[in-house]
Design a protein around this ligand. Structure first.
Ligand code: R5P
Length: 302
C-alpha cells in the first residue's frame, strides 16, 4: 500500500489527494530550531512506496526539508518516492541572462532527480524548453495542466467571456481554455524591464476567428500561469479598461500575489481574482488536486 506524506503548510491538499486515491496519509512533522535549522520527523514504519505532497513556493527551506525527508525515507527502506509539487520552484531561471548567473532550473532539476523516482507538477514555467525531463533528468518527470480545471470553473461563471493572455507564453493556456467553448481570445505582448516594471501592449484581434476584437460590454478574463508581483496582470487590466468591458476577472494557476498585488488589482476595479490551490492563498477558488489524482491512478495501473 502506498502512503501519502503531507506537511502542515499543504495538508488540506495532501488530504484531498489521499481521499481521491483512497490512500492513507500521515504527516511529516517539522520543528524549527532557534538557529533556523529544521528537525524533520517522519512517521514510523513506512511502506515501500510513498508520495510526498508539498508545493514548492517559498522554496529555500522547503527544498532542504524535502531532501531530508526523502533521504530519511530511503533509510527506512522506502523503494519508490514520488514528489507531488503542484508549484515547482526555480523553473524560471533557465538561462544565464547575465555573465555569472547560475542556471537554477538545471541545478534544482538535477537535485530533485537524485532524490525522487518521479516528480509530478502543474504547469511549471518552462519557457525555453518543451519537456520537464530536460530540467529534471528523470524518465518520470510529469507536467500536468490546469487548463481543464480553469475552463470548467469559468464555464460555471460565464456564458461567453473573452479570454486574454497577457504575454506570448500564455497563449498555450489561453488557447486550450478558449477553443473548446469557441470563446474569443487574444494574446498581448509583454516587455519586462525589471521585477516590478512591465509593459503590456494589447492586441485587438480575436485569434479564434482571426477577426477584430471588441471588448466593450463583455466579460473579460485574463489568464496567466503565475501572478507574482501582479504587475503583468495590472498592466493588462489598465489596457483592457480603456475599452469599457462589462467586467474584468483574473485567474491564475500559481498565486503568489506578493506585497500589495491584490490591493492594486482591486483598486483598478478588477471584479474577481481567482487561483488554483497549487499554492495556498486567499484567492484559491478551484482545485488541481483531481488532475494530479487522475495521473497517479494512471501511473498505478500502467
Ligand atoms: C511570466 O512570463 C509568467 O507567465 C508571469 O506572467 C509572470 O511570472 C508574472 O509575474 P508578475 O506578477 O511579477 O508580473
Amino acid at each position: 500500500m502506498t502512503l501519502i506524506l503531507g506537511f502542515e503548510d499543504y495538508l488540506p491538499q495532501a488530504e484531498k489527494l489521499a481521499l481521491c486515491l483512497s490512500l492513507p496519509i500521515k504527516q511529516v512533522n517539522l520543528h524549527q530550531f532557534p538557529d533556523g535549522e529544521t528537525k524533520v520527523t517522519l512517521p514510523e514504519k513506512l511502506p515501500k512506496k510513498v508520495i510526498i505532497c508539498r508545493s514548492l513556493n517559498q522554496p529555500n527551506d522547503k527544498l532542504i526539508e524535502l531532501i531530508i525527508t526523502a533521504s530519511a525515507a530511503r533509510d527506512q527502506g522506502v523503494e519508490h518516492i514520488t514528489l507531488v509539487a503542484p508549484y515547482l520552484c526555480y523553473m524560471r531561471q533557465d538561462i544565464a541572462f547575465n555573465i555569472g548567473e547560475a542556471i537554477s532550473q538545471k541545478i534544482i532539476g538535477k537535485l530533485l532527480s537524485e532524490y525522487f523516482d518521479s516528480v509530478i507538477t502543474i504547469d511549471p514555467h518552462l519557457h525555453r524548453i518543451k519537456n520537464l525531463t530536460e530540467a529534471i533528468p528523470n524518465k518520470a518527470a510529469i507536467t500536468l495542466h490546469a487548463n481543464h480545471a480553469i475552463s470548467a470553473f469559468l464555464q460555471q461563471k460565464f456564458t461567453q467571456p473573452i479570454i486574454i493572455g497577457p504575454d506570448e507564453e500564455s497563449e498555450q493556456w489561453v488557447k486550450a481554455i478558449a477553443t473548446p467553448h469557441q470563446w474569443q481570445y487574444s494574446i498581448a505582448t509583454k516587455q519586462r524591464y525589471s521585477d516590478t516594471k512591465v509593459d503590456v501592449s494589447f492586441s485587438e484581434s480575436d485569434l479564434n476567428t482571426n477577426t477584430a476584437l471588441n471588448l466593450t460590454g463583455h466579460d473579460i478574463i485574463i489568464v496567466d500561469d503565475i501572478a507574482s508581483t501582479g504587475k503583468t496582470l495590472e498592466q493588462a487590466v489598465i489596457q483592457i479598461k480603456q475599452q469599457n468591458p462589462k467586467s474584468i476577472s483574473v485567474i491564475v494557476t500559481h498565486a503568489f500575489f506578493v506585497d500589495s498585488a491584490i490591493e492594486n488589482l482591486t483598486r483598478l476595479g478588477v471584479n474577481n481574482i481567482w487561483s488554483s490551490d497549487s499554492i495556498p492563498h486567499s484567492s484559491n477558488a478551484f482545485s488541481i488536486i483531481d488532475t494530479i489524482a487522475t495521473q497517479l491512478k494512471i501511473d498505478e495501473t500502467s
